[in-house]
Design a protein around this ligand. Structure first.
Ligand code: MG
Length: 307
């Protein structure tokens, strides 16, 4: 179980770093540089905003032994490094909180008052998925409220909840074949129900389905509903952590985030031992690098089970 917790966090970072140098590439562009899992190597071990924010979520859950919105927002602000490629919504929400607006209010007026439905909340959700893996209602509640700091649109929150619940099922050791049914029962909005039905029919068609079809059915973009189901599919169709990440990134588009989310679910499912050692070793070191992320996973486990 401890290695599942660590696996979800390290998996986020490895998937993020794997996709980062190819962010915004089209599928064809990725495949001209990459695309074969037997020859795939990580270009760089540097992670992006996905992992930096995931670290903030983990730090806050550990420190507060559960969710504290004000503290989590503060962690995001403390960790914020503009060189990590933050999206405009998160950037603006964090700027407003820095200037004194409450974390409950800051994200609400973004995007013409509708709030963001980008994947910026789902990409960082791994610590919530592992910490609340045994309580689906609590998991949904914390996925929603933690999303709200930057992403207040229901489709952004629901994407984070779906991603968190996928991680939770992986932690529980649910068989892949049984996951679809659980996920379909879990999601509440029509958009995600429809996307999951598409995931299901793509899976029924086996591994012969073309990437072009997967992209047109599920998406590979920055909206949560165009990327969370893609990560779920990339995980479910693959037989290993490595295959899942190589596939997810090979779809192009928002490669760092789809990689991060696929890595979180796969890391939780296969455990840290399923992550290629040479990939984990390649992850950046430093103050909040590889060893720190591992430690956060261990601490989350300690807080969950030993206190
Ligand atoms: Mg990123």
């Amino acid at each position: 179980m401890k290695y599942k917790f660590i696996g979800a966090l390290i998996g986020t970072a490895v998937g993020d770093a794997s996709g980062a140098p190819l962010e915004g590439y089209s599928m064809d562009e990725v495949n001209s540089v990459k695309g074969r899992s037997d020859t795939w190597e990580m270009i760089s071990g540097r992670y992006t905003d996905d992992t930096e924010m995931m670290i903030g979520v983990a730090e806050s859950l550990i420190e507060n032994k559960g969710f504290n919105g004000e503290d989590m927002a503060l962690r995001f602000i403390e960790n914020y490094d503009p060189g990590r490629g933050y999206g405009p919504g998160s950037k603006e929400a964090l700027r407003r909180i820095t200037e004194g607006e409450s974390w409950e209010e800051a994200s609400k007026t973004l995007f013409g008052g509708k709030g963001s439905y980008g994947n910026g909340a789902a990409m960082r959700i791994a610590p919530v998925g592992v910490f609340y893996y045994d309580d689906a209602d609590k998991l949904r509640e914390i996925a929603y409220t933690s999303s709200h700091i930057t992403h207040s649109h229901v489709l952004g929150k629901e994407g984070a909840a779906l991603q968190a619940f996928s991680i939770a099922l992986a932690v529980r050791g649910t068989e892949k074949e049984a996951m679809m049914l659980e996920l379909k029962e879990f999601v509440k909005t029509v958009v995600y129900k429809e996307k999951l039905s598409k995931v299901e029919s793509l899976l029924e068609n086996g591994t012969e389905v073309s990437k072009r079809e997967v992209i047109s059915e599920l998406g590979n973009g920055e909206a949560a509903f165009n990327s969370v189901p893609t990560a779920v599919y990339s995980f479910l169709r693959a037989g290993s952590f490595k295959d899942a990440i190589v596939y997810a990134v090979s779809l192009g588009g928002d490669t760092d985030t789809i990689g991060a989310m696929t890595g979180a679910i796969s890391g939780a499912y296969y455990g840290e031992g399923g992550i290629p050692e040479e990939w984990e070793k390649k992850l950046e070191e430093g103050k909040k690098g590889r060893q720190y992320i591992r430690w956060l996973g261990e601490e989350l486990y300690q807080v969950k089970f030993c206190i």
